[in-house]
Each structure stands twice: as structure tokens, then as C-alpha cells.
Ligand binder design. Structure first.
Ligand SMILES: C[S@@+](CC[C@H](N)C(=O)[O-])C[C@H]1O[C@@H](n2cnc3c(N)ncnc32)[C@H](O)[C@@H]1O
Length: 220
């Protein structure tokens, strides 16, 4: 992310909209008050880069989506409702719509949700919700919950809240798909979810660019 003087310069040059300054200020306040909320860091990131992880163009991401979807489709018991947490700009969401009758895609970034909604505008079976996973309020339970490349952004002391949410949102026969790097950070969340749920499948992909892991869980 760029520093404050460059950020102001880019806003004055109209390369970034003025709300970039508001995001920067709110992000700084979250840091000062140690709230653990990183939302405005992502809002800024999405303003500065339209596709921060090259999700729409990278062959690595494409292959990861393909493998994740294959594993989910192999293990799912029903295809009615899927919940995607941290949907970003909607790249994986666009694949989910083809296999589930109802897709709920969430992210705590307004900028990400707006881009995802635009990307998936042709599909009628998607609902986008801007919310932090920890405060997400939905009355429905889901056949599949996707947590791809998101859990390691949440502070470890929030693990209990995250698990309570996932327990509540997962249907009795449902599965959670966790995707993350195959290193120490992923292990923390894998251990936490293994304590609360039952792992049903682990796929470790030794990719040269970045090894990653797909782990599926069900209720224990
Ligand atoms: C690396 S992107 C992952 C994108 C997508 N899941 C994928 O695999 O292509 C992480 C996303 O998680 C979102 N995010 C991070 N923490 C979150 C939280 N606590 N609640 C909801 N979304 C969150 C960020 O805004 C970002 O869009």
C-alpha cells in the first residue's frame, strides 16, 4: 500500500477518489485503538488495485479455484445453498453460481462487493452482503460454506467467534471448505476448525508459486 503523501498526491491528481483518504484515516484509527478491524486496509487496497491478487488473470488462481470446486462438488450432499466468506471481486463466486441454486457471497469491503456484484451481474441466484464474518447475521443454514484465503486475516483471539458463526451457519449435513497456504498460518486455523468440526478431506498442493491446502470439514 502507498504512503500518506503519495496517497494525498494521487487523490489531488484524481487518480483515486477522495474516499481513499477517509479509508486511510479510519484504518489509522483502527490501528491506534487496536480494534483488530482491518476492513479499511482492504477498502484502500481495492481502490489502489482493481484486482490485488490477479484473481481474474492468474493461472495459479484459476487452477486453485478448479481444484477447490472439484473437491466441494465431490463431497457436498446438497446443492441448494452456498455461502462464500471473503468473496473479494467475485472470481470464485462466478463459478459457484453454476453449481448451487442459491449463492450468498459476503465480504467486509464495500469496494470488493461492488466489483463482485458488477462481475456477476448476469446471474440471478446470487445475493451479496457486505459484512464482517464475525458479525454476519443470516437466518439460513448452508450446505456449503467457502472460506478461501480469508481466515488468516482474522486475529487469532477471534477464533471462538469465528467458530460460533460457522457452527450456526452450517446446515447439519453441510461442509466447510477452507483454502489457505500450506504453512504455519493455515495450520492455526486448520487446528481450530479440526477441534470444532470433523475434517473429511485434506488436499495439499505443492505448487511452485505457493503451496496451498484445501481442507473440508463437517459437523462433528
Ligand atoms: C485474499 S482475498 C480472498 C478472495 C477469495 N476468497 C479468493 O479465494 O479468491 C481475502 C478477502 O477477505 C476479505 N476479508 C478479510 N477479513 C474479513 C472478515 N473478517 N470478514 C469478511 N471478509 C473479510 C477481504 O476484504 C478480501 O476481499
Amino acid at each position: 500500500m502507498i504512503g500518506a503523501p503519495r496517497l494525498v498526491g494521487r487523490v489531488l491528481a484524481r487518480e483515486l477518489p477522495p474516499r481513499a483518504l477517509r479509508y486511510a484515516l479510519l484504518n489509522q484509527m483502527n490501528r491506534w485503538f487496536k480494534t483488530g478491524d482491518s476492513r479499511f486496509e482492504f477498502e484502500r487496497l481495492y481502490l489502489e488495485k482493481s484486482d490485488p491478487w490477479d484473481m481474474r488473470s492468474s493461472a495459479y488462481e484459476r487452477e486453485k479455484y478448479r481444484r477447490t470446486l472439484d473437491k466441494i462438488l465431490e463431497q457436498r450432499r446438497r446443492s441448494e445453498r452456498v455461502l462464500e466468506i471473503g468473496c473479494s471481486i467475485g472470481s470464485f463466486t462466478a463459478r459457484l453460481v453454476e453449481h448451487f441454486s442459491e449463492v450468498v457471497a459476503t465480504d467486509f469491503s464495500d469496494e470488493a462487493i461492488a466489483r463482485a456484484a458488477e462481475y456477476c451481474r448476469g446471474a440471478s441466484n446470487i445475493r451479496f452482503i457486505r459484512s464482517d464474518l464475525q458479525s454476519l447475521k443470516l437466518d439460513t443454514a448452508f450446505d456449503v460454506i467457502v472460506c478461501a484465503e480469508i481466515l488468516y486475516y482474522i486475529e487469532k483471539p477471534r477464533a471462538h467467534t469465528v467458530c460460533t458463526q460457522l457452527q450456526r451457519l452450517l446446515a447439519p449435513h453441510g461442509i466447510i471448505a477452507m483454502v489457505g497456504p500450506a504453512d504455519g498460518e493455515a495450520d492455526f486455523w486448520e487446528n481450530i476448525l479440526t477441534r470444532e468440526f470433523r475434517p473429511v478431506l485434506t488436499d495439499i498442493i505443492a505448487d511452485d508459486i505457493r503451496p496451498y491446502k484445501i481442507v473440508l470439514f463437517e459437523h462433528s
